[in-house]
Write a protein that binds this ligand. Sequence first.
Ligand code: SAM
Length: 443
Amino acid sequence: MKNHRSNRTPRPERPASALPADSLAFSLSRAAELVEAVRAGANLTDAFEAMLARHAEWPDATRGAVRDLAWGTLRDYGRGDAVLRQLLHKPLPEAIHALLLVALHRLETRPEQAHTVVNQAVEAAAAMMAPLKGVVNGVLRNRQRNAAELDAELDADQSAYYRHPSWWVERLRASFPQGWEAALAAGNERPPMGLRVNHLRGSVDAYASELDAAGFAHRRLGNDALVLAKPVAVAALPGFAEGRVSVQDGGAQWAARWLDLAPGQRVLDACAAPGGKSAHILETAAVELLSLELDAVRSRRIVDNFARLGLTGEVRTADCRERAKWWDGRPFDRILADVPCSASGVARRHPDIKWLRRADDIPRFAAQQAEILDALWPTLAPGGKLLYVTCSVFVEENARQVERFCARHADALRLEIDGRPECQLLPGADHDGFYYALLAKRA
Ligand SMILES: C[S@@+](CC[C@H](N)C(=O)[O-])C[C@H]1O[C@@H](n2cnc3c(N)ncnc32)[C@H](O)[C@@H]1O
């Protein structure tokens, strides 16, 4: 895969439109377009949104089917890629290569439908590049015929076995000798759907009862986050439009609690979009909040979220490193630095990340995070607290980053979080991967 994420203009579509929109062949071919785009370096979510914008006529079922196939294929990419290395003796056009990856994923997840999957993949190939339909048929049948032998080889291939790049597996293994395999396995699952109840509009108990009444099974985490047993469409959530609830991962819902907020405090959320943690801060205490965001389009999402939830806070588009452009000189009592990172803790939500990132991206993120921390530190009041957060599982962005920061700033003091020096959450059934460290400025 190319090592960049771009918003490139999609190339003209192939005539998948010749296929019935409710057929598996149609979904396979559309998902293949997304996989092909990611293999060329595009961001999966952007590519999917651009596709949907061109096809407002698609029913929800088609959107869901294309999404499931594309996301699933990319979660499994390490395995699909290895299977094609086993089976292809010369390169195929990218579109057909991507179609095979999607079909292999479907074969693996729905073995009982193998016959239909192969037929529909061949149909898709016929609509996309008719001369190659025989190749698609041959590769998929070959995979089925020789499954036992091929699988034995795959089990010996680290990236295929763990469905993560080898460098990623090695880093995790070195950092978390106890939890690395479980974290990798969880990172290949569909993510849980976490909910945050807006305390200003009702209690968690009352909302949990509403979920029970609506038949949505759920469990409650130690920080009052609710996790649904099965994800549902946002619009189906009771009270969503009225701002009584938000979708937010359970792991992300520790930030507001660990910031130790109190009414009247001046609080900065330095990297705020789409505004989940900013909103949680405002739902938690009557503070004076400034939310900064580098990207103007993403800033708009903070504003929209505040409007839906009935919250008031100042939102500004700015680079938090350019203090002179946004800081009025009044210190903050609390700072949330939820910095840009590898997003390696949320890769199951954005599975393109696993394959687009390279090991040498990590030091670049770490350097950017250090710049952000250094720029924010002077804006923290003596005695104030800064919560450093990433959704990364790599120590360079987390523990090492905070150690280096403390070595540079003699007035920085590490505070414990729930009795521990820091908190590294690994992806699991309840939450994504997050890292938290709490720093205080000596008074
Ligand atoms: C991890 S996300 C924040 C998620 C957010 N806190 C939430 O809970 O919804 C990081 C955000 O920081 C923004 N960002 C990156 N560099 C920045 C900078 N130098 N100044 C301000 N925002 C920045 C990114 O555009 C991105 O929206």
